[in-house]
Ligand binder design. Structure first.
Ligand SMILES: [Zn+2]
Length: 306
């Protein structure tokens, strides 16, 4: 079931924008605006209930907007959100973009950030940042804003990606995704159950220590990319090409293991830059007892379909 509600995305975007603009005139915790966010979230819950479901049944973008409203209306998150905006405004004052006004909004979304260039309507240059950047310290935010201001996109991508693998960022992404969990049925395929696979892999290879990410079969049956883990949403997707009777459960488990390894290694940062498939990652992946067998099986599957 999918429940469609108008305006959830518009309302959350609007609150994020107003917070940036009104911040200089706001007290330590501006309760009217926080109450507005909380009331909008409650209205979404009521409308979903009336439709016989829950916010989990909203389409992805509305669900993300709803989780953000719920998240920021919690007093601790609200204070942290406002203080991060203040730190971003301070950073922007030190390194403003060469021309015109600029705004930075903090919000939940599937991307790490989005940039809107200045338009003919003279709207300000806009950087929309994932809520997870709230976990960054002052030095990071200053560097990040300065890099954005001079449009050094290569550096921006590098430092932004690195940061999204940090424990602080992941924790916020996990909290967001936990507010509107995917319905359990999304993890159940025709043959395989991702939920069951997660629990097997977690107990066999991670001592049961990993928190369950959102699990979903991808909409496209790729035979090149079998799995994907997205830090911004704590979301693990698996290609439906593995949801077949001739694909053994241990092969699916190996792909889930690979993706969970991304999640696990992101939680234990190491010095310097980080990329997804580091030498450490490869060592950990090869320590899987059926690595060679699984790798050969997946390569055969790719060859068979290409
Ligand atoms: Zn990978």
């Amino acid at each position: 079931m999918t429940i469609r509600l108008k305006n959830v995305v518009v309302i959350s975007d609007d609150i994020a924008a107003r917070l940036w603009r009104d911040l200089p005139h706001m007290g330590r915790d501006d309760d009217p605006m926080r109450a507005a966010a909380r009331d909008h979230a409650a209205a979404v819950e009521r409308l979903c209930r009336d439709a016989g479901g829950s916010p989990s049944d909203l389409p992805a973008r509305s669900r993300t907007a709803y989780t953000w409203l719920r998240f920021v209306s919690e007093p601790d998150h609200w204070r942290r959100h406002l203080s991060t905006l203040r730190r971003l405004q301070a950073a922007l004052a030190v390194a403003p973009p060469p021309v015109g006004a600029a705004e930075i909004h903090l919000i939940a979304m599937s991307a790490l950030w989005r940039i809107r260039e200045r338009s003919r309507q003279r709207r300000p240059l806009l950087l929309r940042l994932h809520e997870g950047f709230m976990a960054a310290d002052d030095a990071f935010l200053e560097e990040f804003v300065a890099t954005w201001a001079v449009r050094d996109m290569a550096s921006l991508n590098r430092v932004g990606r690195d940061f999204s693998l940090s424990g602080g960022f992941i924790e916020i992404a996990e909290q967001l995704s936990a507010l509107a969990p995917e319905p359990d049925t999304a993890a159940m395929g025709r043959v395989h159950d991702l939920e069951a696979s997660f629990h097997r892999v977690n107990s066999e290879h991670f001592n049961g220590l990993l928190k369950k990410p959102t699990l979903r079969w991808a909409s496209v049956a790729s035979t090149r990319t079998f799995g994907k883990y997205r830090f911004t949403e704590d979301l693990l997707t698996i290609s439906p090409s593995l949801d077949a009777a001739d694909v053994p459960a241990w092969v699916l488990d190996f792909v889930v293991f690979h993706e969970l390894l991304h999640k696990a290694l992101g939680l234990t940062p190491k010095g310097g830059r980080r990329y997804a498939h580091t030498p450490d990652f490869r060592v950990a992946e090869r320590s899987h007892p059926r690595y060679a067998e699984a790798d050969a099986f997946l390569k055969r599957l790719t060859r068979f379909h290409s």
